[in-house]
Ligand binder design. Structure first.
Ligand SMILES: [Zn+2]
Length: 470
């Protein structure tokens, strides 16, 4: 079996096949940086990262692009309210977003374009749409996409193309468009708003054209995968398809994937209603970024997910189980022959893990098989039926599966700082010399550096304090 994905366009489960063999080009709609992103926003980015990691792990060479929207109506309104420029408003939020992504171990995208740096590309795309008869100007210098010129409009969201547009994030009736369904590609200059002087005139881009221009600039006019939250299906992605395909005459994107909402207290997490929690709030309560990542990852991306103290506690316990088994394997020493069935166990675990993810990134069976495997490893450690060599093989195996999940302890990837290694060695020496006072002193010293030490029959075992939860 190979990877199957549920394409929003058509609604069917389809075998994934990239346009270019061995290479995947994917784009994810990123944040609009007028305020700090919340945990609900990050669900969609963690999902895109799971896909990106799984494609890479499966052997594809992946190019992943995520935009950061740094000009739109909400940004302009917020900047005006605060009396700052849009750049002054967005720069710190964009930096904090990138930092939050890194803490959640989201693979750094290969490019993170900003619309304010791609104005010319947008203007030229709009010029093509005017030339081809898909766009028109209004008296105030704005330019609209003419829905009536594009009969395929509504295929993604499965809309009746004659129906009125609903859910538009801004009412732009006052720009004088011909048809209420038409959407703004370009907004004419207005007092107190940022604007750019371009080949199509003075003004600023509409939100939808930003993603079309930037994705095609980075990935070509036809690419494999486009992701986003379900609220972006309409109108944002519908508009992206219309304006991109009308301009190029080519299929814009082959596979569209949409992540469901995160809920808290039964209500969708959304800035508009104030029902939000930010990653920093979660960390302040003692949960690690790994636990938060796990909590966001643990449900299938198309299923609604309830975010709660209970889901965080379960996530913290799961990542701790993973840390604990790896710490145990690290110190485990047992002479003896290797188990006959280990190769078989690794192969069946890996194939069940892959089968889950191949099924439209169905994460629950993939996690279940990993934790079943960990339970079996713990059993063998306790029964001392694992050889030292096999313990090393199991560690590499778990590390390999974790390249997809990104929930393992840092220690596996990063090792310890040399000064902490030295403290651990000094403590081991103190114990050998039965100098308990010194050994306790060194344990406290390590604890101050966030390292928890336990003594086992295989010697001392350590893990990072940040993996514990409060
Ligand atoms: Zn977008």
């Amino acid at each position: 079996m190979s990877l199957q994905l549920r394409n929003t366009l058509g609604g069917r489960l389809e075998p994934f096949e990239p346009l270019e063999p061995g290479r995947v080009r994917m784009y994810s709609c990123g944040p609009t940086v007028y305020a700090a992103a919340h945990v609900g926003n990050f669900r969609s980015f963690v999902f895109a990262d799971l896909l990106r990691r799984y494609l890479g792990w499966s052997g594809y060479d992946v190019r992943w692009v995520m935009n950061i929207t740094d000009v739109d109506d909400r940004i302009i309104a917020q900047a005006r309210e605060r009396g700052v420029s849009i750049g002054e408003l967005t720069a710190p939020h964009a930096a904090a977003f990138v930092e939050d992504l890194a803490r959640l171990r989201v693979t750094p995208p290969d490019a993170m374009p900003r619309p304010t740096q791609h104005i010319e590309a947008m203007a030229s795309l709009i010029a093509t749409l005017i030339e081809r008869g898909h766009a028109y100007r209004t008296d105030d210098g704005s330019i609209f996409f003419r829905i009536a010129s594009w009969p395929a409009y509504g295929r993604l969201a499965r809309l009746d193309p004659t129906q009125l547009r609903v859910g538009e994030r801004v009412v732009d009736d006052d720009y004088g468009k011909d048809d209420i369904r038409d959407f703004a590609l370009w907004k004419g200059p207005r007092e107190g708003e940022p604007s750019w002087s371009t080949a199509i005139g003075e003004g600023r881009p509409g939100w939808h054209i930003e993603c079309s221009a930037m994705s095609m600039a980075e990935l070509g006019s036809s690419f494999d995968i486009h992701t986003g939250g379900i609220d972006l299906i309409f109108p944002h992605h519908e508009d992206e398809i219309a304006q991109s395909e009308a301009a190029t005459g080519q299929t814009f994107v082959r596979t569209w994937l949409h992540c469901a909402h995160l809920a808290m207290g039964g209500e969708k997490m959304a800035k508009r209603t104030g029902n939000i929690e930010r990653p920093a709030d979660v960390y302040a309560r003692g949960y690690s970024p790994r636990a938060l990542r796990y909590a966001l990852l643990a449900a299938h991306y198309r299923a609604g997910l309830e975010f709660s103290e209970a889901s965080l506690q379960a996530a913290a316990a799961a990542v701790e189980r993973l840390s604990t088994v790896l710490a145990a394997l690290d110190t485990y020493r047992q002479d003896g022959s290797d188990a006959d069935d280990l190769v078989e166990l690794l192969a069946s675990t890996r194939s069940a893990f892959t089968a889950g993810l191949d099924d439209d990134l169905n994460i629950a069976p993939a996690l279940a098989v990993l934790f079943d495997f960990i339970r079996e490893v713990n059993r063998r450690i306790d029964a001392r039926v694992l050889s030292t060599a096999d313990a090393g093989i199991v560690t590499s195996f778990v590390g390999d599966l974790d390249r997809v999940l990104g929930i393992g302890p840092d220690s596996v990837a990063d090792g310890l700082a040399p000064e902490l290694e030295a403290l651990l060695e000094a403590r081991a020496a103190a114990r050998t010399a039965r100098n308990w006072a010194e050994s306790d002193r060194l344990r406290d010293e390590l604890a101050r550096h966030g390292i928890v030490v336990e003594d086992t029959r295989d010697g001392q075992r350590w893990r990072r304090l940040e993996e514990l939860h409060g």
